[in-house]
Design a protein around this ligand. Structure first.
Ligand code: ZN
Length: 308
C-alpha cells in the first residue's frame, strides 16, 4: 500500500468524546475570563469549542508568560469538524506549574479569536528505587545498533498525516481483567538507582501494563503502522502507529508483531503479542503515546479521549 495516501484517512462519523472542557464564550481578554482549565504535568488537555467555524487559517497556541515578561509559545494540535474546534495540548513532565493561555488566532492577521486560561498543577510522580536501575555498559557495536534504532524511531515520527482520525477516540491496548492490564509502573515514574548507582536517574515515559507472554495487544485507535522494529536493544519488538495530527502510539517488548509497515489499523485491532524482548524484566506491555513531540501519560490520554 502507498504509505502516503494511507495517511490521508477518510474521516469517520464522530463518536461522542469525553470532553474535559467545552464552551462557547469568546473573550480575548484573559483577565476578564474567569474560566480556568486545570491540568497536571505530563497530562494532555483536551478542549472543545462548539459553534466554531474558521474562515481563514488559524493557529492554536499555548502561551506561557514568564516572570521577565517574555512569552514562550508552543503550537497545539487541533482539528475542525462539524462547526467545532478540537484542541489537544500536551504538557511535559517538567513543564513549570502555573498559568498558561490557550490562544486561537487568525494565522495571517494575528487577530485573536478566543483564549482560555490554563492552570498547570504539579504532578507528584512516584519515585521507584531499585538496584535494577543502572547504566548498562554496551559494546561499540551495540551502541551503533542503538543509535540506528533511535534514528529509525525518530524518522517514523515524520510519517504523520493530516488525519483527524483521533476524533474517533481511543481504547486501552490491554483491557483490565483481574490482574491483566494492571499498571505495574506508571507514566512519569522517577527511577533511581541504589548504592554505587545512586546517581542514576531516569523518567519512565511509558506505562507498563501487566499481561502474560503471548497475550494480544490491541491498537489504541485508528491509524497507520509507521514502524515495525525487530529486536531493538531497548524496545525489543516495537510497533509505532500514527493516528494523524502528530499523535503516535508505541508498543514495546512484544514477543511478535502481527502488522506490517504501511498497514491501516482500527481501534481495538490485534497488532501483536505481549513479550519481554529488549530491555524488559518479565513479560509486559510498555505503551507510550507521543503528542506533538511530547510523551504524555497514556492512561490519562485514553480516558480523556475514550472511544464510546
Ligand atoms: Zn516501561
Amino acid at each position: 500500500m502507498n504509505l502516503k495516501s494511507a495517511f490521508f484517512m477518510a474521516l469517520v462519523v464522530l463518536s461522542s468524546l469525553g470532553a474535559s472542557a467545552s464552551g462557547t464564550a469568546i473573550d480575548c481578554d484573559a483577565n476578564k475570563n474567569k474560566e480556568l482549565l486545570r491540568i497536571k504535568q505530563g497530562e494532555t488537555l483536551f478542549y472543545k469549542q462548539i459553534n466554531f467555524v474558521s474562515t481563514t487559517d488559524i493557529s492554536v497556541q499555548l502561551e506561557k508568560r514568564t516572570e521577565d515578561g517574555s512569552k514562550e509559545i508552543r503550537n497545539g494540535v487541533f482539528f475542525e469538524k462539524d462547526s467545532a474546534l478540537y484542541v489537544l495540548l500536551p504538557f511535559q513532565v517538567n513543564d513549570v506549574p502555573g498559568k498558561y493561555v490557550l490562544k486561537v488566532t487568525e494565522r495571517d492577521s494575528g487577530k485573536c479569536l478566543f483564549e482560555k486560561q490554563v492552570v498547570l498543577v504539579k504532578n507528584p510522580f512516584p519515585v521507584h528505587r531499585s538496584r535494577s536501575w543502572k547504566k548498562v555498559e554496551v559494546s561499540e557495536k551495540t551502541q551503533e545498533k542503538i543509535d540506528a534504532e533511535k534514528s529509525a524511531i525518530r524518522a517514523s515520527y515524520l510519517m504523520n498525516g493530516a488525519g483527524g482520525s483521533w476524533l474517533n477516540g481511543f481504547g486501552l491496548p490491554i483491557e483490565r481483567n483481574g490482574t491483566i492490564g494492571m499498571v505495574t509502573h506508571p507514566f512519569g515514574e522517577i527511577r533511581k538507582g541504589r548504592g554505587k548507582n545512586s546517581k542514576y536517574v531516569r523518567i519512565h515515559f511509558g506505562v507498563d501494563l501487566r499481561a502474560p507472554q503471548g497475550y494480544p495487544v490491541k491498537s489504541i485507535g485508528d491509524g497507520v503502522v509507521v514502524l515495525v522494529g525487530e529486536r531493538y536493544v531497548a524496545e525489543g519488538n516495537l510497533t509505532v502507529i500514527s493516528h494523524g495530527n502528530d499523535i503516535f502510539s508505541l508498543y514495546l517488548h512484544q514477543s511478535s508483531v502481527d502488522v506490517k509497515e504501511g498497514e491501516k489499523v482500527l481501534a481495538g485491532q490485534v497488532i501483536g503479542k505481549v513479550g519481554e524482548t529488549g530491555a524488559a524484566f518479565g513479560p509486559h506491555l510498555d505503551l507510550r503515546i507521543r503528542v506533538n513531540g511530547v510523551f504524555i501519560d497514556p492512561i490519562q490520554f485514553i480516558k480523556t479521549l475514550h472511544k464510546n
